[in-house]
Design a protein around this ligand. Sequence first.
Ligand code: UD1
Ligand code: UDP
Length: 361
Amino acid sequence: MSEPTLAYVIGTRPNFVKMAPLIAAMRARFPALRHSLIHTGQHYDELMSGIFLDELGVPPPDHMLGVGSGSHGAQCAAVIRAIDPILAAEQPRLIFVPGDVNSTLAAALAARQRGVAIVHIESGLRSFDRSMPEEINRIVVDRLSEVLVVHSDEAIDNLRAEGVAEGRILFAGNTMIDTLRALEQRFRSRRTHASLGLDAGRYLLVTLHRPALVDGPLLAAAVEALASVAERIPVLFPAHPRTRKAIESLGGAGRLRLTEPVGYLDFLSLQSDAAAVLTDSGGIQEESSCLGVPCFTLRDNTERPVTVRLGSNTLLGLDPRRIEQIPQLIETTPRRAAEIPGWDGRAAPRIVEAIAARCGL
Ligand code: UD1
Ligand code: UDP
């Protein structure tokens, strides 16, 4: 009999950051097993995918599904159709799926129907806002998964409240912070702000990509508010392609410095040297807490309340008018790195050992 296969699914920018340390740790711990890396292709631009695999040292995927963009239904259907024969042929012993994106939901559905045990990384997060596609994805993936790897107390509470058995929950910490710590020397010395003519501690870094803001009337108001902030402090906005297209259709960004998305090392360099971050990203709420950079989240809720409770995150609400208060808020918000249990750079090795014991590898 050949050695068992372990499969790993990646598809979007945050997935690469969350999975890189886990894939490396599993391969190092189990060199004799087969490791099958499946990239769905949900993100495909070089600046949304290729640059991350290179910078994070992710090995070349064994399977590139190339599903590309589309509606939720089209994207999930394409992933299921493409991954199903791979699962049938490889019959993995376990499949690791991260976060809450469409690729994750679709891979989990396909795996479950093939009888493959699922390990869900970043389980238990809840915004309690079912208008977000990610909330539906998280709930379903948690239902389908065998091992629920969580990174905060709130996630454990959420799973318990949904009646999940204790034995399925694994508190191991935050693999996204493993990546941050592993690359810290490289991004700290990078000084990306200087190459853009910005002064350390004297610019606002912005990312916004959620449909609730970008795909509706609020975006124009947000761009206008940011343009007014830009008269007081430089505003750097490396825009997700979804956002860039929407801003271009509004007729431009005025004084904002709108750029292409940047790679992980440049983004972490820019983040660590910023006066503050304005975002609706999940991952950036987490990273900024560890970097001690004030984070203002333009949403009504967060599935990461630990970043508000212990970290540097302030929920502004989904109200573009609040953006104009950011220069004053920067003055009054302390710059303090958070110590969040399990966000210590060693989550992946803990997951590996726990999985080895639980799954008899
Ligand atoms: C997805 C996730 C979101 C996550 C985000 C990370 C879902 C439901 N959403 O949102 O949770 O926070 O990824 O960045 O899975 N596009 C490009 N090039 C690319 C990728 C996308 O131009 O490489 C453009 C396309 O016009 C596409 C749009 O961005 O239609 C949206 O892409 P999609 O993957 O559907 O969702 P995201 O907004 O990226
Ligand atoms: N990121 C990056 N370049 C950018 C914007 C974000 O490298 O231009 C990184 C960021 O540091 C974090 C991850 O991408 O590690 C977050 O991805 P995103 O905000 O797209 O998704 P979310 O976390 O909201 O699901």
